[in-house]
Design a protein around this ligand. Structure first.
Ligand code: CP
Length: 316
């Protein structure tokens, strides 16, 4: 694997291989085993043009647990705020000897531009670009679902026959898009449930069922219900007129949570708007995987860094 830019083109064997390597990394990720020397002498740059807590910190932890050096770059406080371009920023990082670049950017497609540019010879990992994709979030979500369903017997398995309902702000969600491609590649069935104004106008070619009624979706007892964050920073009142109305119709409140199946799991990529898309009772319940997702993110990001930066990077 040369770059990790999206899950749309990720083949099932490659996805399963990455999840299996993440299983191998888990004891190191969880600090039960000391760090590995795998990336000693390599440098990972976390290049973040948008805010992040989980993704940036877990990539830093993942790189350090593989013994890489880490440089954290935030656009705020850098020369980007003086107008420096992505090209000049990338060439500056190349001059510093970056072997891997983890990039989050508000523009959809920025990681592809960087990977195709020739400005820097490094493995590029997309840590979230605009409304396009967030591939490592989907991989950690798939890893979390697989572990909950199969436990220690997860290795080699996909998610065949698993039903996943993804609820909320699909329109602005790179998490929803990356999960759609990856989960269906792994054999799961995906249903989106959202207000009509928070669905993309054109979903042709998307392998998902679509509904508008969360109560009907819950009555179908999905194996997984994944609540999306309302991305208020990306929308105006035309999309999202009323928090109370949204919560009443599309929020996973206590009453809806009680109607989920006994083995259903509740996911959220974070950060959560508690009381809006998810209640605290649901978020903090035994059914919730919110903190498991964060912990598993380190294992999955170790696997991604390992595949891109150790040994020869394959041309795919
Ligand atoms: N889930 C996710 O991407 O969280 P952060 O924005 O905190 O990185």
């Amino acid at each position: 694997m040369k770059h990790l830019l999206s899950t749309k083109g990720l083949a099932r064997p490659d996805a399963i291989r990455l999840l299996d390597i993440a299983e191998d990394m888990a004891d190191v990720a969880n600090r039960e085993v000391k760090k590995l020397p795998t990336l000693r002498g390599k440098t990972v740059v976390n290049l973040f043009f948008e805010d992040s807590t989980r993704t940036r910190i877990s990539f830093e932890a993942a790189a350090k647990r593989l013994s890489a050096d880490v440089i954290n770059f935030s656009a705020k406080g850098s020369s980007v705020s003086k107008g420096e371009s992505l090209k000049d920023t990338a060439q500056t990082l190349a001059a510093m000897g970056a072997d891997g670049v983890v990039i989050r950017h508000p523009a959809s497609g920025a990681p592809e531009v960087l990977a195709a540019s020739g400005w820097i010879d490094a493995g590029i990992i997309n840590a979230g670009d605009g409304t396009h994709e967030h591939p490592t979030q989907a991989l950690l979500d798939a890893f979390t679902i697989r572990r909950r369903l199969h436990g220690p017997a997860s290795r080699g398995k996909g998610l065949d026959g698993v039903t996943v309902t993804i609820v909320g702000d699909v329109l602005h969600s790179r998490v929803a898009r990356s999960n759609l491609w990856l989960l269906t590649t792994l054999g799961a069935g995906v249903t989106f449930v959202a207000p009509p104004t928070l669905l993309p106008m054109d979903m042709s070619g998307w392998p998902a069922a679509v509904g508008f009624d969360l109560d009907a979706a819950i009555a179908a007892k999905p194996d997984v219900i994944m609540m999306l964050r309302i991305q208020a920073e990306r929308m105006n009142a035309a999309f999202f007129p009323n928090s109370r109305e949204y919560s009443r119709r599309w929020g996973l409140d206590d009453e809806r949570f009680a109607r989920l199946g006994p083995t259903s799991i509740v996911m959220h990529p974070g950060p959560m708007n508690r009381g809006l898309e998810i209640s605290s009772a649901a978020a903090d319940s035994a059914a919730s995987t919110v903190l498991e997702q964060v912990a598993n993110g380190v294992s999955v990001r170790m696997a991604a860094l390992y595949l891109l930066m150790s040994g020869d990077r394959e041309d795919s």
